[in-house]
Design a protein around this ligand. Structure first.
Ligand code: ADP
Ligand code: MG
Length: 500
């Protein structure tokens, strides 16, 4: 493990200054203390020490934020802004993220624990790209003219209007990026937003609010309420004046959101768990498969909803592939996220580390063989070694349940009958992502078509792009993010008919 004397010495002045500023809620264009005056503590997961506190907002603050967002949507200047002006504001926000990219990346590394190079190269870079992509849609959201079957003479057309006030609840694994995945299309479509970041990682959302203010969005268009899920989050999900709730997080909480939304039947978008399969066929390019399968599970410490956590390898290449993955896993530099040499940071919390360690233990007891890893690292922070389990099978909890940590379960398949491996890959309540490695074009397309998942990678795993719809089949969720699909899902279609 890499351990610079005090990693916080690496902090930039602007990050220090942000951390030192008193944290408030951003409501109606103003910074406000929470009504109840409570705070929650934010920790550096690599050291286990406190960074700062932020408001623990609750239902009362959500009420205020919803009132501000409602007013902005129904009567504010935002509601009269032409779509090009709206797009320009979203684009300006992207420019501001870009101008502050290194600061945001450090803040994210500090708060979440991820390597600063990943934060800069993926989280922040993708957020900027997505804001620009969505800004471009603002003035291209079209209705249709539709010829009717009615015997009378009609002129009929549709309008796509913003869905309204949107509550967005995001997790801690990619704090800024998960927020921007939701905020960018909502703003581009003309909605107003109440964002609740995860209690573990609220900092980049508060910095985002500062940049929203600097970009010049009218008050109430974008609001941030930091706080716990059971209080602030639950209040958003249940709020009668919110038109849509968009959630990314656990399947368990997704169900709670859905139940809470029944009161006013608000629209619900859910991006939930996964247990994504990776299939390596006997003819695969071994190097490519090893690199792909390793990053599928170890990227972001496996704290990725698309993590490739179930690996199916053809017996012909099994030894070589496993040898390669074990080599890659043990070569990853573990350390503090602020250290540019770090490839793997800590897990998000002690609770999460213990959960993952418990899964590894369950796997061991059920007969899995630990090929590498399996233990914790160092004495401070929430570190766990990248872990590979072999001899696993479909009956084990490690194969069935989402672990959300750096734990790969490997299984071998024998015959060249693709039916059986496809059946195993699809044997999950989840269906977020899947990938396969082969040089055979027909196997690639046939298998891609039969896998039940929202995103399929061929000779690659994490296929995520600003222009590509992303979301889950089965219990991995409802709806899609990114691409035009995301814009469409922040709009309502209105049909208008004129009797000529
Ligand atoms: P994890 O268990 O990995 O932290 P969660 O699904 O619990 O993931 O959290 C994702 C987001 O959902 C966080 O912002 C969290 O505060 C929020 N959340 C948790 N519980 C609830 C709830 N009952 N209602 C609304 N939001 C919640
Ligand atoms: Mg939870």
């Amino acid at each position: 493990m890499n351990a610079p004397a005090n990693p916080w010495n690496l902090l930039r002045d602007d990050v220090r200054a942000f951390v030192a500023r008193p944290k408030k809620l951003f409501i109606g264009g103003q910074w406000r203390d929470p009504v109840n005056g409570k705070t929650l503590e934010v920790f550096d997961p690599a050291l286990g020490t406190r960074i700062c506190t932020v408001p623990a907002g609750d239902a009362k603050d959500v009420d205020l934020a919803v009132a501000a967002a409602r007013e902005a949507f129904d009567n504010g200047p935002w509601s009269r802004l032409n779509p090009s002006e709206r797009g320009k504001l979203v684009w300006r926000l992207a420019d501001l993220l870009e101008a502050n990219a290194d600061e945001l990346a450090q803040l994210e590394a500090l708060d979440n624990g991820k390597p600063v190079t990943d934060a800069r190269g993926v989280d922040v870079a993708f957020s900027i790209e997505l804001l620009r992509y969505m800004a471009g849609w603002s003035n291209k959201i079209l209705g249709q003219t539709i010829p009717l079957s009615n015997p009378a003479e009609f002129h009929a057309y549709t309008l796509r209007e913003p869905v309204g006030v949107v509550g967005q609840i995001v997790p801690w694994n990619f704090p800024l990026m998960m927020a921007v995945w939701k905020v960018a299309p909502a703003l581009a479509a003309g909605c107003t937003v109440i964002l609740k970041p995860a209690e573990q990682t609220p900092l980049s959302a508060l910095r985002l609010a500062e940049l929203v203010q600097e970009a010049g969005f009218p008050p109430g268009v974008f609001n941030v309420v930091t706080g716990f899920g059971e209080t602030a989050g639950a209040a958003i999900a249940a709020h009668p004046d919110i038109d849509k709730v968009a959630f990314t997080g656990s399947t368990e909480v997704g169900r709670l959101i859905l139940k809470a939304a029944t009161g006013n039947l608000k629209k619900v978008a859910l991006e939930l768990g996964g247990k994504s399969p990776v299939i390596v066929f006997g003819d695969a390019d071994i190097e490519q498969a090893v690199a792909g399968a390793s990053s599928a599970i170890f990227y972001n410490n496996g704290q990725t909803c698309t993590a490739g956590s179930r690996l199916y390898v053809h017996r012909k290449v099994y030894d070589k592939v496993m040898e390669g993955i074990v080599r890659e896993a043990s070569a990853l530099t573990i350390g503090h996220g602020l250290d540019p040499a770090t490839r793997i940071g800590p897990l998000i919390s002690a609770e999460q580390r213990d959960r993952v360690a418990d899964y590894i233990e369950q796997g061991r007891k059920a007969g899995a063989q630990v090929l590498t890893g399996g233990g914790s690292v160092g004495s401070a922070g929430y570190f766990l070694q990248p872990t590979v389990l072999a001899n696993t099978n479909a009956g084990m909890s490690v194969v069935r349940e989402e672990i959300f940590g750096p734990v790969l379960c490997a299984m071998v398949f024998d015959d060249d009958d693709i039916d059986s491996v496809v059946r195993q890959a699809n044997d999950s309540v989840y269906g977020l992502a899947a990938s396969l490695y082969t040089r055979d074009v027909s196997v690639a397309h046939r298998v891609a078509k039969r896998l039940k998942a929202g995103t399929i990678g061929i000779n690659t795993h994490h296929v995520v792009d600003v222009a590509l719809p992303f979301g889950g089949f089965k219990q991995s969720g409802w709806g899609r993010e990114m691409g035009y699909e995301a814009i469409a899902q922040y709009t309502e279609v209105k049909s208008i008919g004129i009797a000529l």
